[in-house]
Design a protein around this ligand. Structure first.
Ligand code: NAD
Ligand code: UDX
Length: 476
């Protein structure tokens, strides 16, 4: 069998790499319109950072896994084609700011229709609105050449960045939606056969196409909802003296609730949660289900509130002004173990601090410096890109980032931050020295003993840190 995947991004890359590793009898060609991206996939420095990905790619590349810009040949030769192109939120026109922009999916479908000379199974891997498969089918069948048959399947991807290889190797489930016709069943069987190379058959779930498409949006909405729920309670904790970690533990030990995705934070980011919930909201609005739309809108609103609340807490704690103060930002990616910054909460935090006149010293172990500057000078973030460039310094080492700063803000939960030498950091910072732990990963008691003023999410610290810096409580 020959497989082609259109879209060599965070999903296409790891998915095809694992498929190639587990299916030596299948030849997989991953194609992209971006010449630069394909060149990176063929180089020693892959375009995305994902633990374990390098090893898998090195093992399979040019054996049964190929990266190419020759989209035409790959489509012509393939029996099965994954579409895994981006589906961002629309930025203009109908559904602006809410609906998924399907222009890349549509253009992939049109390419297939134009190029195909034999039967194809077309698999929607991108996250799309319910009934998008119908639009793809419409495009393919309207341009169908005589004797060519198309089957369309929905096969949404559930991998999370930072754990993509493990998620793909040990998927909780693989979901395949297809048409309820004999041909549709056959196509489902063929795709299922690929996954059966490494996924137990009982974990391969088959549904109708629309259920499959909606399940993907639903899964992301549920996950994000849990984060917004615990984040909403973090505000209650800060106002009452309860500790959100203790609340999350107590609640999560109920086996009906479970403990995962209850980590209160500065707010969820990433390319999927917000986009997919907005997409769900748009669908509900169009289906004249305003109450359902409003329900899911709250998950997004709570996330915005959390990002704003944390940023404001920094400013208020620093005597209500950060103007001309240096603030170190540790972590810029939307979560650890990825270099991806899409929708990262760090952008909101930095934007707020920059607007208030702060100078920022930013360190992230995997995000490229140009990416940080691009994000912070984007027109949606600032009207003064030159001012931002002057106020932001990117560091390649956390100790250099914190030197002579008034405060240190943790925006991403990178493991390496836990083991930093905080005594050394304290000595190199301005006093009073503040730490704002937006990920709840540090040992706050110890930091207070060193002399830091500590603020975090979902737990109010008494001002013992301040007392220590005044010499009322001895420092370590
Ligand atoms: P991405 O932006 O990293 O990659 C998409 C790639 O598609 C880009 O390299 C782009 O150049 C390419 N592309 C676009 N149109 C093309 C065309 N017509 N021909 C050839 N190449 C084309 O996106 P991603 O993060 O991999 O996401 C892809 C899809 O998977 C989205 O629908 C997303 O919602 C979904 N998804 C993403 C994740 C994730 O963690 N990133 C997880 C699950 C599902
Ligand atoms: C998510 C889904 O988990 C995945 O199934 C889907 O395929 C794509 O979208 P991803 O966005 O890569 O994956 O990462 P995820 O681990 O879900 O984290 C998303 C955001 O939520 C991150 O910013 C993370 O830091 C935050 N988060 C996660 C929390 O704030 N608290 C938690 O308890 C869990």
């Amino acid at each position: 069998m020959k497989v082609c995947c259109i879209g060599a991004g965070y999903v296409g890359g790891p998915t095809c790499a694992v498929m190639a590793l587990k299916c030596p009898d299948i030849v997989i060609t991953l194609v992209d319109k971006s010449v630069e991206r394909i060149a990176q996939w063929n180089s020693d420095k892959l375009p995305i950072y994902e633990p374990g990905l390098d090893e898998v790619v090195k093992k399979c590349r040019n054996v049964n896994l190929f990266f190419s810009t020759d989209i035409e040949t790959a489509i012509k030769e393939a029996d099965l084609i994954f579409i895994s192109v981006n589906t961002p939120t629309k930025t203009c026109g109908n559904g602006k700011g809410r609906a998924a922009d399907l222009k890349y999916v549509e253009s992939a479908a049109r390419m297939i229709a134009e190029i195909a000379q034999s039967n194809k199974i077309v698999v929607e891997k991108s996250t799309v609105p319910v009934r998008a498969a119908e639009s793809i089918m419409h495009i393919l069948r309207a341009n169908q050449k005589p004797g060519i048959h198309y089957d369309i399947l929905s096969n949404p991807e559930f991998l999370a960045e930072g754990t993509a290889i493990n998620d793909l190797l040990n998927a909780d489930r693989v979901l395949i939606g297809g048409e309820e016709t004999p041909e549709g069943h056959q196509a489902v069987e063929k795709l299922s056969w690929i996954y059966e190379h490494w996924i137990p058959k009982q974990n391969i779930l088959t549904t109708n196409t629309w259920s499959s498409e909606l399940s993907k949006l639903a899964a992301n909405a549920f996950l994000a909802q849990r984060i917004s729920s615990i984040n909403s309670l973090s505000a209650v904790c800060e106002a009452t003296g309860a500790d959100v970690s203790e609340v999350a533990r107590a609640v999560g030990l109920d086996s009906r609730i479970g403990s995962k995705f209850l980590q209160a934070s500065v707010g969820f980011g990433g390319s999927c949660f917000q986009k997919d919930i907005l997409n769900l909201i748009y669908i509900c609005e169009n289906l004249n289900l305003p109450e359902v739309a409003a329900y899911w809108q709250q998950v997004i609103d709570m996330n915005e509130y959390q990002k704003r609340r944390f940023s404001q807490k920094i400013i208020e704690s620093l005597f209500n002004t950060v103007s001309d103060k240096r603030i170190a930002i540790l972590g810029f990616a939307f979560k650890k173990n990825t270099g991806d910054t899409r929708e990262t909460a760090a952008i909101t935090v930095c934007q707020t601090l920059l607007e208030e006149g702060a100078a920022l010293d930013i360190y992230d172990p995997k995000v490229e410096p140009e990416q940080i500057i691009d994000d912070l000078t984007h027109p949606s973030v600032t009207e003064s890109p030159e001012k931002v460039k002057k106020a932001v310094q990117i560091h390649s080492d956390p100790y250099s980032a914190v030197r002579a700063t008034h405060a240190l803000v943790i925006c991403t939960e990178w493991d390496e931050f836990v083991d930093l030498d905080f005594k050394r950091i304290y000595q190199s910072m301005m006093k009073p020295a503040y730490i704002f732990d937006g990920r709840k990963i540090l040992d706050h008691e110890r930091l207070q003993q060193i002399g830091f003023h500590v603020q975090t999410i979902g737990k109010k610290y008494q001002r013992t840190g301040l007392l220590r810096s005044w010499g009322i409580v001895p420092q370590l």
